[in-house]
Design a protein around this ligand. Structure first.
Ligand code: GLT
Ligand code: MN
Ligand code: MN
Length: 387
């Protein structure tokens, strides 16, 4: 039996805010004590993670003065170097402070928008100092509950202007960040702008430097809305824009649960891992989730271990799927190739004429059974350890 013990080569990351989550929810106080950032670094390194990601204020309190900031950052850097952990991704907290209650880059108040730019530049400085190469934008407050304010089109322009500004800032400082935009349909706002990966892809094409921007899709964000996360990720891969991924789990149609990866939708998780592995995804696999509110600190580390273990088990299942002769035979039977028709389906005026004149046995096409029940059951047997 393989051990499924992660190593840094697996490129698994967690956030200070994920394993550091204290179990507060809208109805209840924290159930766990805060963990210090250097301690989190030590524990994640022991568990075999590659890195730890952060928002500016996960590490440095929003009101910290320069001396306090420098002391905290140098202690954190010492822990990173002692334990060999990296900071691959950084981001800005533009959602906790009341100043951002009606948006940051999409606030109708120009003072809030300018403050959001200032806060993000300072956070980009911090991320660069810690070695981060990817910078995330999750617009938690970029949305509305009511649209009476009439800012739907302005918000798109304000967000675009802000990202263009920050891309220029990154270049002017030689930071060379890759920026990732993280879609979410709702929560904490009633409706968040850019709810899906596809809407982010469309928006990226309108930026001044689209090549610097990719998508950071998250399993739970699509699943909340009843969407198929593997489909979303496939579209991002097809666009060459999968620069980062947030892995967790979620029951459809519920509040934002941030469950342990693979805890709920094991079949979609399998299809996702297979997609990432088959396409050679080389970025970070970030577990953007937290332990259940019921848990103590031991539960936090059991949660973190579980995320990584499940990913590695599904990776092994993907390998078995690709090597299973019965599964491969069923896959082969599912796909029908026809070299002549495929050649005709490349447009030329002649091909168009030939194709228009061609007769097809429509009844036969409609009666063919593709064998998906058999193939899917083989997949279930594999996942349940029966093959
Ligand atoms: C928050 C959110 C996540 C984002 C984080 C980055 S914060 O936990 O739910 O999906 O990735 O800002
Ligand atoms: Mn999330
Ligand atoms: Mn996320």
């Amino acid at each position: 039996m393989p051990e499924f013990t992660p190593t840094p080569a697996d490129h698994f990351t967690f956030g200070l805010w994920t394993v550091g989550n204290v179990g507060r929810d809208p109805f209840g106080e924290p159930t766990r004590k805060p963990l210090g950032a250097p301690y989190i670094v030590q524990k994640l390194a022991e568990l075999g993670a590659y890195g730890v990601n952060l928002h500016d204020n996960d590490l440095v309190p929003i009101d910290a003065g320069a001396a306090e900031r420098d002391r905290i950052v140098s202690e954190f850097k010492a822990a990173l170097s002692d334990h060999g952990l990296k900071v691959p991704m950084a981001t800005t907290n533009l959602f906790t402070d009341p100043a951002f209650k009606d948006g940051a880059f999409t606030s109708a108040d120009a003072r809030v928008r300018a403050y959001a730019l200032q806060k993000t530049m300072l956070s980009m400085d911090l991320g660069h100092e810690l070695g981060a190469e990817v910078y995330d934008f999750w617009g938690g407050r970029e949305g509305t509950e009511v649209d009476a304010g009439g800012k739907l089109l302005d918000s798109l322009a304000w967000f675009r202007d802000s990202l263009n500004f920050l891309a220029e800032y990154s270049a002017s400082q030689n930071y060379n960040y890759k920026f990732v935009l993280e879609p979410k349909p709702n929560e904490p706002r009633g409706d968040i702008f850019f709810p899906t990966a596809g809407s982010m892809l469309g928006f990226i094409a309108t930026l001044d430097k689209p090549e610097q921007f990719g998508v950071n899709p998250e399993f739970a964000h699509d699943t909340m809305a009843g969407l198929n996360f593997a489909h979303a990720v496939a579209q991002v891969i097809d666009a060459g824009k999968l620069f980062h991924i947030d892995l967790n789990d979620q029951k459809m149609g519920r509040f934002d649960q941030d469950l342990r990866f693979g805890a709920e939708n094991i079949k979609t998780a399998f299809m996702l891992v297979k997609l990432l592995e088959d396409t050679g995804y080389g970025g970070m696999k970030h577990f953007d989730a937290h332990a259940l509110r019921t848990e103590d600190e031991a539960g936090v580390w059991a949660f973190a271990k579980g995320c990584m273990r499940t990913y590695l088990m599904l990776k092994e299942k993907a390998r078995q799927f690709n090597e299973d002769s019965e599964i491969q035979a069923a896959l082969k039977a599912y796909t029908v190739n026809d070299a002549e028709l495929e050649a005709l389906s490349k447009f030329s005026p002649e091909n168009a004429q030939v194709l228009k004149a061609r007769s097809f046995d429509r009844a036969m096409l409609g009666t063919r059974g593709p064998g998906l029940e058999h193939l899917d059951q083989l997949t279930i047997d594999l996942l349940l350890g029966m093959r």
